[in-house]
Design a protein around this ligand. Structure first.
Ligand code: SF4
Length: 372
């Protein structure tokens, strides 16, 4: 008997954000996911923030919600939406006029939703949206509030006093505990970078303590927002992942994304690590949705992008273009051609552009295949 996955909760066996499923279902990469940037306001200024320099303290009006909903309606294949910022819950009006209607739309249509938040504000605003939300996604790269104070305000002109940073950190931890104990699925994402790679196991422990149902782990790459940060070697990244696997709680779903290790690599260490990731329970390695099954829409300008942080210019605008038309344009883009390989036996549909640019500049993946 076939089963409608859209009705099931997200789980290691049901991750509709992973483009490998839509590729298998439709036989080609298909638009099934839309991410919307709904604010550039935030109470933090994190080092790892994809919005980075675009954060502001006052922002202009957004496009009418009806226009966005109409563009979503046109996508017959839509399975997921994600809402991102800035901090999407920063402004109460934004919650009432955009977040809630978008999440209710998704719930009514039977598609899954994700909200990216720092969870540092008052609990009431998260409680308002929790019942309509499938995945609350937070960034968590800390072992204590001092880490948080350092990482979370790197780009602030005026750093908050330590006492305020401590209060915000405690708020985040308490909010996460309350939401997870109330049944909301909270996925905490950590970046493997020069700050975290040696203590990623301790970070994991705190994430487990907060009751998060998933720990999401991505190496950090020097994209536009993080161009100034030191890059880890592949060896350092491998070691960090091994450290985490040795220490992790196997009851918790661990999702690895944008990994720089591919089944077509001849390196024995890479092959060993990939085998371990496949063997261990509750681990998934997600293919990157950006440029595969997802577009990002900026709700201030209407511009549509392949990712919310790449240097690629916009491919269209929802004022005049349907998102499926924008996606078709990307499918024919030469850059897309460079990453469009697919080895189904290992559930891989190719590298991420940033990963290629960082570690595999001279490799033509379209001429490779997985080593089985
Ligand atoms: S899909 Fe591409 S990156 Fe993945 S294993 Fe195959 S050739 Fe390598």
């Amino acid at each position: 008997m076939s089963c409608d996955l859209s009705l099931l909760p997200v789980s290691p066996a049901n991750d509709p954000w992973d483009p490998i499923y839509s590729l298998r279902k439709y036989g080609k990469h298909t638009l099934t996911s839309v991410e919307m940037t709904v604010t550039n306001l935030c109470n933090m200024r994190c080092e790892h923030c994809a919005v980075g320099d675009a954060l502001v303290s006052i922002e202009g009006p957004k496009l009418p919600l009806e226009l966005m909903l109409r563009r979503l309606d046109e996508i017959d294949t839509l399975e997921t939406i994600s809402i991102t910022g800035g901090e999407p819950t920063f402004d109460m009006r934004n919650i009432k006029e955009y977040l809630l209607p978008l999440l209710q739309y998704a719930r009514k249509r039977g598609i899954k939703s994700q909200l990216n938040s720092n969870l540092t504000l008052d609990y009431a605003r998260y409680e308002m949206i929790a019942e309509y939300l499938d995945v609350m996604h937070i960034s968590f790269n800390y072992t204590d509030f001092e880490d948080f104070a350092e990482v979370g305000f790197v780009k602030s002109e005026r750093k908050p006093p330590k006492s305020r940073a401590e209060m915000m950190f405690n708020h985040m931890v308490e909010n996460t505990k309350r939401l997870t104990s109330g049944g909301l699925f909270v996925s905490a994402e950590s970046m493997i970078n020069y700050r975290t790679h040696k203590k990623i196991d301790q970070i994991h422990e705190l994430i487990v303590d907060m009751g998060c149902q998933r720990h999401e782990v991505h190496p950090m790459y020097p994209s536009s927002f993080a161009a100034h940060l030191p890059i880890l070697s592949l060896q350092e990244t491998r070691e960090a992942i091994e450290r985490l696997l040795d220490a992790r709680n196997p009851e918790i779903w661990m999702l690895f994304g944008t990994l720089p290790f591919y089944h077509c690599n001849r390196d024995e260490e890479d092959q060993k690590l990939l085998k371990r990731l496949k063997r261990e329970p509750n681990i998934t390695v997600r293919n990157d949705p950006d440029g595969r099954n997802r577009l990002n829409v900026n709700l201030f300008t209407g511009d549509a992008y392949v990712t919310d942080f790449s240097d690629l210019s916009t491919l269209g605008n929802i004022h005049q273009d349907s998102l499926t038309a924008v996606f078709e344009k990307w499918r024919n883009h030469p850059l897309n051609g460079m990453i469009s390989c697919h080895c189904d036996q290992v559930s891989c549909c190719g590298p991420n552009l940033l990963v290629m640019d960082t570690y595999y500049k001279d490799v033509d993946f379209t001429r490779r295949e997985a080593i089985l």
